[in-house]
Design a protein around this ligand. Structure first.
Ligand SMILES: [Ca+2]
Ligand SMILES: [Ca+2]
Ligand SMILES: [Ca+2]
Ligand SMILES: [Ca+2]
Ligand SMILES: [Zn+2]
Length: 464
């Protein structure tokens, strides 16, 4: 699309200098700490940056010329108790406030209702619930009972987790209202995301359960994984991942709730979930999803992916495959999962798609140096999936599984292959004699060492 701007006009606009008188002095007579005091008092909050002396002309910002420029202290403030974090400019000559620029453009929006034990979703969703909290606080004249306050606070915490960790503004990424119905039903003993709202029965308002349900909203707005079979198990998996990442200090889901622990990332089998593909539940071809078969195992088979996430983050040896994974920690693990879910996953995904998407997220981060992810970390991602039976291992931990690595015995993230013969530079003969202890195939004639042994360091020798 072309813009209707004349070139001369554009240059004139860019070089136009508005008329303004300079400040009376460029030496502050109000100290930085005094300016800080003014901001903290007016915001009933704190100042989170060092003061910066600057020349301010408010007219420039509002599009008007003229007036006197002011010498000002620029301070980042943060209000306590309300959603406000303005940049505040204090006149450095007389201490008056000149301007406030709000930096918190993405404020939370919550509406939390008391379902008063009703199970009538249609009625509740169309005004039948009792509105107890809005973002501004408690609705006048209403008394919160049961778990309404807990749900409201946990939903707020999850919003902050998404924002602080991924700069995502609510589940929909657009600052949409998060609607919750606490004290829902009395018989269902469940919590779920449905009709763009959280429904949660009494006794279930824990950090990880609320985080889990809100993440179903996130999945619905991003990868849209259908809630059936493997894509449903992945949907459940991501809900669990961001639930435990929000909860942070353990790898169980549901502890402290009326249900107790319902799933464990470190040992899925403790709660009747498989920890590897070999243990996943299957059904005869043509079996339709139903509540009796848990929509073809969505809450069961998610254990396979949950366990891969656990190994990726914490490291360890898989109990069945014996594959060893080097842990990369929660911070990198959550960033990689979030990118995989919101950028690369979609539709009727199969287990291998999770591995491909997650590895791709790690690969891109390693390429760009984002979130501290290294090629070796990407190798851990590959090995975490290999450990649970999805895809092959990456022995040299360079982000390329052995089967596609052009030199699987030496880490070569760049996969450089100067002579385009399919063998990476680091595996060419002039890089020194190499053999492959861990592979059955030889890349070079010299790999198999003739009558000698392939030693642990990858060279040929006389010992095993
Ligand atoms: Ca937990
Ligand atoms: Ca490799
Ligand atoms: Ca390699
Ligand atoms: Ca080559
Ligand atoms: Zn769920």
């Amino acid at each position: 699309m072309e813009r209707d701007v004349d070139a001369d006009e554009a240059v004139a606009a860019a070089t136009h200098t508005p008329d303004a008188a300079p400040p009376a002095s460029t030496t502050p007579s109000v100290s930085e700490s005094a300016a800080r005091g003014v901001v903290e008092a007016s915001l009933a909050g704190t100042v989170t940056s060092p003061g910066e002396l600057t020349i301010l002309n408010v007219g420039f910002l509002t599009g008007e010329d003229g007036g006197t420029s002011r010498l000002a202290w620029k301070l980042q403030g943060e209000a306590l108790g309300t959603a406000s974090a303005p940049l505040v400019f204090i006149d450095a000559l007389d201490g008056t406030e000149l301007l406030r620029l709000e930096q918190m453009c993405s404020a939370r929006h919550r509406k939390t209702y008391d379902a008063q034990n009703s199970a009538d979703i249609a009625n509740l969703r169309t005004g039948g619930g009792l509105l107890v909290y809005e973002e501004s606080g408690l609705v006048a004249g209403v008394t919160p009972v049961g778990e309404v306050t807990t749900v409201h606070d946990l939903v707020g915490g999850m919003w902050s987790y998404y924002w602080n960790t991924f700069q995502r503004d609510a589940h929909d990424g657009r600052g949409g209202t998060v609607t919750s119905f606490a004290n829902f039903d009395t018989a269902r003993n469940n919590a779920f995301w449905y009709r763009d709202a959280l429904w949660i029965m009494g006794g279930l308002a824990t950090t990880d359960i609320v985080g889990h349900e809100l993440t179903h909203g996130l999945v619905e707005k991003t990868a849209r994984l259908p809630y059936v079979s493997w894509s449903g198990a992945l949907n459940e998996h991501y809900a669990d991942v961001f639930g435990v990442m929000y909860d942070r200090d353990d790898w169980d889901v549901g502890e402290g709730s009326a249900l107790g622990v319902i799933r464990s990332f470190s040992d899925p089998t403790a709660h009747s979930q498989p920890r590897a593909m070999s243990g996943a539940a299957t059904w005869p071809a043509g079996t339709l999803p139903s509540s009796a078969n848990d929509q073809l195992g969505v809450h069961g088979n998610s254990g396979v992916f949950n366990h891969a996430t656990y190994l990726m983050s914490e490291g360890g040896t898989h109990a069945d495959s014996g594959i060893v994974v080097r842990g990369i920690g929660r911070e990198k693990t959550e960033q990689i999962h979030f990118r995989a879910l919101t950028w690369y996953m979609g539709g009727a995904s199969r287990p291998v798609d999770a591995r491909i998407a997650t590895r791709l997220a790690a690969y891109r981060f390693a390429q760009k140096g984002l979130h501290g992810v290294t090629p070796e970390d990407c190798g851990s991602v590959i090995n975490a999936y290999a450990a649970v039976g999805i895809g092959g291992v990456d022995t040299d931990n360079d982000c390329f599984a052995d089967t596609v690595d052009n030199c699987p015995i030496d880490a070569n993230f760049d996969q450089a292959d100067a002579n385009h013969n399919g063998r990476g530079n680091v595996c060419e003969p002039d890089a020194g004699p190499r053999c492959q202890r861990h592979l059955q195939t030889c890349m070079l004639d010299t790999d198999c060492c003739g009558a000698n042994f392939c030693q642990a360091d990858g060279t040929c020798g006389t010992g095993p």
